[in-house]
Design a protein around this ligand. Structure first.
Ligand code: NDP
Ligand SMILES: O=C(O)C1=N[C@H](C(=O)O)C[C@H](O)C1
Length: 246
C-alpha cells in the first residue's frame, strides 16, 4: 500500500462492474476496503472506506446515500436507471458530502458528450438528433444512462428539456417525428459492453458520433480515477469532465 492509497468500498461488488472495479483498484495501487451486495451492511462498509463506489441498483440508492452521508464519506454513483427523484436525493446528499454521479465513467464517452454538445449547438434544429445504444442481454434499464447523458448534452446545447422533448420507445402509429425532439432507440443482445451513436440527420446528409466500449475495464478505470479525485473534494455534486480535466 502506497501512502496515497485510497480505501475504496464497492456497493455491488459481486456484479460485472463490481468485479472489474476490484481489479482496477488493485491495478491502481489502492485498497479494496470491502464490498457488499443485496442485504449487505452499507453502514459498516462506509465506516471502513475513504470513498464508496456504487454500481448496484437504483433501488439501493437512497440507503447508500444515507449511509455515505452519516459516515461523511464521498460516493461515486455509476448505477443507471435513475429517475428524477433519485437526482433529487443526490442533490440533497451533495449538500453534505462529495458526490459524483454519471451514466458513464469512461474517458471516451466523457469526450463524446463534449463533441455532441458542440455539434448540437452548431447544427440547427432542422438536423434531427437520434441516439442509438446497444448493450448485452443482461442489462435491465433503457435507454442506457449513457444515452440519457448524451441526450442531456444535446438538449443543453439546444436549450430544450429532455423531460418533455424526448421520443422514446416508438411503436405503432407514432405520427411524424417532432421537430426539435431527441429520439432514443435501445438494442439488447449478446455480450456487448456498451455501444452508443448520436446521429445528426439533416437534409441529404448525416453526421454520426460513436463510442464503442470493447471491455468494461474502461468504466472500472474511470470509476477508480473518480474515487481518487473525489476523496479530496469538499461537499458538492461533481461530474466526470471535472475528474478528467476535459
Ligand atoms: N456509469 C458507468 O460507467 C457504468 C454503469 N453501469 C451500471 O452499473 C450498474 C451495475 O451494472 P452491472 O455490474 O453490469 O450489474 P450486475 O447485475 O452484474 O451487478 C449488480 C450488483 O449489484 C448488487 N445489488 C443489487 N441490489 C443491491 C443492493 N440493494 N445493495 C447492494 N448491492 C446490490 C447485485 O447483487 P445481487 O446479485 O445480490 O442482487 C449485483 O452484485 C447498472 O446500473 C449499470 O447500468 C455499468 C457499467 C458502466
Ligand atoms: O449496464 C451496462 O453494462 C452499462 N451501463 C451504463 C449505461 O447504462 O450507460 C454504461 C455502459 O454503457 C454499460
Amino acid at each position: 500500500m502506497t501512502s496515497s492509497a485510497t480505501r475504496i468500498g464497492i456497493i455491488g461488488s459481486a456484479g460485472r462492474m463490481g468485479q472489474a472495479i476490484a481489479a482496477a483498484i488493485s491495478e491502481a495501487g489502492h485498497v479494496l476496503a470491502g464490498g457488499i451486495d443485496k442485504d449487505g451492511d452499507v453502514a459498516a462498509l462506509a465506516a471502513q472506506s475513504d470513498v464508496l463506489v456504487d454500481f448496484s441498483s437504483q433501488a439501493a440508492l437512497e440507503g447508500n446515500l444515507d449511509a455515505a452521508t452519516t459516515a461523511g464519506v464521498p460516493v461515486v454513483i455509476g448505477t443507471t436507471g435513475l429517475e428524477e427523484r433519485h437526482h433529487f436525493l443526490i442533490d440533497h446528499a451533495a449538500e453534505t458530502i462529495p458526490v459524483l454521479q454519471t451514466g458513464n465513467t469512461s474517458l471516451g464517452v466523457t469526450l463524446l458528450a463534449h463533441l455532441v454538445k458542440e455539434a448540437a449547438s452548431r447544427l440547427g434544429e432542422d438536423w434531427d438528433i437520434e441516439i442509438v445504444e446497444t448493450h448485452h442481454r443482461m442489462k435491465v434499464d433503457a435507454p442506457s444512462g449513457t444515452a440519457l447523458l448524451l441526450g442531456e448534452a444535446a438538449a443543453e446545447a439546444r436549450s430544450i428539456d429532455l423531460a418533455t422533448d424526448a421520443e422514446r420507445g416508438r411503436d405503432g402509429m407514432t405520427g411524424k417525428r417532432g421537430t426539435g425532439t431527441i429520439g432514443f432507440a435501445a438494442l439488447r443482445g449478446g455480450t456487448v459492453a456498451g455501444d452508443h451513436s448520436v446521429l445528426f440527420l439533416g437534409a441529404h446528409e448525416r453526421l454520426t458520433l460513436s463510442h464503442l466500449a470493447e471491455d468494461r475495464s474502461i468504466f472500472a478505470k474511470g470509476a477508480v480515477r473518480a474515487c481518487e479525485w473525489l476523496a479530496s473534494q469538499s461537499a458538492g455534486r461533481y461530474t466526470m469532465p471535472e475528474v478528467l480535466g476535459l
